[in-house]
Each structure stands twice: as C-alpha cells, then as structure tokens.
Ligand binder design. Structure first.
Ligand code: HEC
Length: 194
C-alpha cells in the first residue's frame, strides 16, 4: 500500500510532461511529430506505472488473503484502480482482452484489429500510437509475463488448481481468461487521450 502511494511522486512528473506535450501541439509539422513521439513515450510510462501498481496490489493481496482471496480482490479493485489512475493521469486507461474474465474488458470498435495484429506479430509485437479523428490512442500488448499469472489464467490441473478454477467460475461464470501459457498474449493496454 505504502509503496503504491510512493509511486505517486512519479505521477506528478508525468503530469508535468503531459502539459509540455500539449503546449507544443499547434507548432507545425515538425513539432506535431515531436508531440506524437512525446504522447507515445508518455503512454508508455503510464502503462509501466499502471502495470506496476496493479502487480504490487495483486502480490500484496495474495500475501494477505491467499490466491482465492486475491480473486475477490481483483473483482472488487482492478477496474477501480485503473479508473483512479485514469483520473490521475487525465487519460482513459483500459485493459482489453478478447478472452476476457470481466466482460467490461471486452474489445470495442477498432480494438479487435490491434489485438489480432499483436497476436499475428507474435514476439515481435510492439506498442502503437494511432490517431482516430482528433483522438490519439496507444495500444500495448500484455503478456503472461510470469508463473504468478498462471495461478489464475493457466491450464486447469496443470498450472491452475481445480479449487482456484472453481472459485473463479463462481465469480465469473462466463470466464474466458484461462488456458494460457507463459509468454502468451493476454490482452492489451489501451490508453486514450481525450
Ligand atoms: C489471483 C488471481 C489472478 C492472478 C494471479 C492474475 N490475475 Fe489477471 N485477472 C484476475 C481476475 C479476477 C480478473 C478480472 C478483474 C476484473 O473483474 O476487473 C483478471 C483480469 C485480468 C486482465 C483484464 C482482462 C480480463 O480478462 O478481464 C488482464 C489483462 C490480466 N488479468 C492479466 C494478468 C497478468 C498478466 C497476470 C500476471 C502478472 C495476472 N493477470 C495475474 C485474476 C488474476
């Protein structure tokens, strides 16, 4: 908890850099390009920060409440955390997956196109910044980065116990977010500048 709030010093640095990016917006082609690069690196930092924040909270809740308790924690808190980070950063932060656990994280509009692109690119998949009308959106792949993830997103009776599987099914009867292996694409971050 303490560590999570400690990370907020970082938010202020980011917010300061957001303002710089916007103030250069109308200065012709060259700085417009620079602005895109800035928006991209800013979104990259937001993704790093948000992943770290979620991971720390998840690890803490596993320590405190065990693996099944941590599922209840994710159900209550995961969206609340990304929503409060969205407010703090002044952008819209979402995690999107076609094989989602929470249907609130299902793809919309153009999302599927970028999920498919990342899937097809395999290990070579890299984040992209795209402009639709006057809005910039940044998409970045989310991978099953460690064995930790497999406890709740892995293969039944191999990396995920049946007790864990049953507990997850109780909360998420429509769950699609299991059967993964290490390194698989789990979904993507979607950062939208409003
Ligand atoms: C303790 C169980 C648990 C662990 C460990 C876990 N998750 Fe999840 N994950 C969940 C739950 C529960 C949700 C649904 C959260 C919600 O309702 O918003 C979820 C949702 C997600 C989502 C959002 C898309 C969706 O399926 O709804 C992503 C992406 C994700 N997890 C990735 C990961 C990654 C990567 C790791 C490893 C670093 C990981 N998870 C570890 C339980 C877990």
């Amino acid at each position: 908890m303490k560590k999570f709030f400690g990370l907020f010093g970082f938010v202020f640095l980011l917010l300061a850099s957001c303002q710089n990016a916007h103030s250069t917006k109308d200065h012709g082609q060259k700085s417009a390009e620079k602005t895109e690069a800035e928006l991209k690196s800013q979104a990259q930092l937001i993704v790093q920060f948000s992943s770290q924040a979620l991971l720390e909270k998840l690890q803490k809740s596993i320590e405190d409440q065990g693996l099944t308790g941590a599922v209840d924690f994710c159900k209550l808190e995961a969206l609340a955390i990304t929503d409060s980070l969205s407010l703090a950063f002044g952008v819209d932060i979402k995690r999107v997956s076609a094989k989602n656990r929470n249907s609130a994280n299902a793809p919309h509009g153009e999302d599927k196109k970028y999920l498919d692109q990342f899937e097809n690119q395999g290990e070579l998949a890299v984040p992209v910044l795209v402009q639709v009308k006057d809005k910039y959106t940044y998409f970045a792949p989310i991978r099953v980065a460690g064995a930790l993830c497999l406890n709740c997103h892995g293969m039944l009776n191999e990396t995920m116990t049946s007790q864990q599987f049953e507990h997850i099914k109780e909360s998420y009867p429509e769950d699609k977010a299991f059967g993964y292996s290490l390194g698989d694409l789990r979904g993507m971050w979607k950062i939208t500048y409003n």
